[in-house]
Structures are given as structure tokens and as C-alpha cells.
Design a protein around this ligand. Sequence first.
Ligand code: PMP
Length: 310
Amino acid sequence: MIYQDVSQLIGQTPLMKLAVETPNHVSIYAKLEMFNPGGSIKDRLGEYLMDDAQKKGLLTAETTIIEPTAGNTGIGLALAAQKRGLKTILVVPEKFSQEKQILMRALGAKIVHTPSGSGIKGAIAKAKKLATQIPDSYLPLQFENLANPAAYATSLAPEIVTEFTKNKLSLAAFVAGAGSGGTFAGITQVLKQKFPGLTAAVVEPEGSILNGGASHSHLTEGIGVEFIPPFFAKTKPDVIYTISDREAFEQVKQLALTNGLFVGSSSGAALAASLKLAKELPQNSNIVTIFPDSSERYLSKHIYRFEEEI
Ligand code: PMP
């Protein structure tokens, strides 16, 4: 196939069986989302949010897209907005990786920083304020827009179902990190219907509040919530795993050394949680998880250089 534009490269990412030692001979399959053109799972969301807004007649040729983002959604939105000739302003807490911010700018987006200390809530408030000041602006608001889980329910989830069905594999559990919670809610919704009895586990870093812990900063990037995602009202996690930065980065290191996969820390956390869940599952069960992005977009962060023990 000859591709006509970069949005056609989104999705149909590889599903890989990991070569890892697991309790109960459980097999862990990972959807490798770094193979999307913007390098993360969020390309699916950017394209879907823009398509949804267009279908609802919310965009004109002059619209400015404004969104609070940890970075990957910003890259996905910048790609989707560029294709449509729209301007993009991304509101990013300062602490997020430089590489992601360089990519957003390279794709034509403008960045507005908010203080790291005010977290994603601060970025959301700033984006809403900017939207009142900039005429003809549109806020997709991934943290509350139902198009967010729908983006995964309609693209990523069916890809998992197709592969497992085609290969006559059963599926006992799904494991995904939560930032906005859209990936978890959208995919869980579909997999629970197709695989009755499936356990849906959500992963958060220490410093996220799902398990009732206090909110504080963490090194694992892309996951962690400061408020309960509204998408969890209908799609509740069966289990919540709270993974330390140390555990997440240890799995990042191991995946590079043993599987040739150079993944981001949210993927490391997802694998750490999958290994814990495997202890609870019957022999020879299958788990599917999501690896949202690659380590290459965090190399300026010392912890990814593996120069010393973590
Ligand atoms: N991992 C990474 C690297 C991400 O950027 C994100 C999105 N912030 C997630 C996981 C979590 O995805 P979601 O927002 O759908 O919960």
C-alpha cells in the first residue's frame, strides 16, 4: 500500500508475546503503541478527537485547538490538527519530558507552560482560561470527553479482539495504566463483552490517588491521576496496582536487556503490574497489556540512561 497521509499510519500496531518468566506459566502479550507515527498510543486519540469535533461541526478553518496534556496527546493532536490546517496550543506542566515538547513544536504546535507544582489540574485550568480569551478556540478536553475512551473502543480494542480470536487464544486479563483513564475504560468495555470473566486491572504510580494514597510527584511519566477519571463511573477496574518508580524502571531496563524493547516508564509499570496479576491467575492464562510509548522520548531524563543503579 502507498500511504497518502501520515494519519493512515495510525493503528494496526504489533501485538508481541513477551519473553518473560511469569508465575503460573502465564503469557503476557503487549500492544506496541510506539509504532504509531507520532510514537505513542495518543496518535489514535488525536485523530479521533479531531474527527469527532469535525463531525459535530465544532471546527472552522480558523479554529485554534487548545489542550492540557502530558505530551503524548499533544503530539497526537498536533499531527491531527496539522493535517486539517488548524493551529494548536498545548498547555504542558514544565516537568514533562523535553523530547515530547520538542516534537510538539516541530509539528507546528505552540506550548504554554504551567508550573509543575500545580500538576495536570493547573494545566486544565490554564487551558480553559485561554479558551475564553482566544476566539474560535476548541478544547477537546481529553480528561472529560467521552470521545477519549471511544477512540480506543473503536480502534485498539478491536485489533486485540481480532488477534486473539484469529489465533484461537483465550484472554483472562487486561492491564493498562491510567492517566486520563481513557485507554483503560475504552478497551475494558469491549474486552469484557468479548471475553466474559476477564479481569481488568489498572496501573498507577505511587503518588497517584486511585488506591487512596496521597498525591505526590513521581518519575513514571504519562500515568498517575490527581482525581478519579470520570470514565471509571461506568467501567470500574477490578484491581488497582500501585507501582513504585523503582519497579517500573526495573522492568524498563529488563525489557531492553531481554526483549530488545526500549519502552517508556508507563510500559514498565504495566509489565510490573502484569507480573503481579499473573500470580492470581490460573495456569497458562493470557494477559494483554499496552506499551504506550518508547524510552527514546525520555533520554534527557537521567534515569533512562542506566548509568547507575536505579
Ligand atoms: N502512558 C503514556 C506514556 C501516556 O502518555 C499516557 C497518556 N497520558 C498513558 C500511558 C495513559 O493513557 P490514558 O490517558 O488513556 O489513561
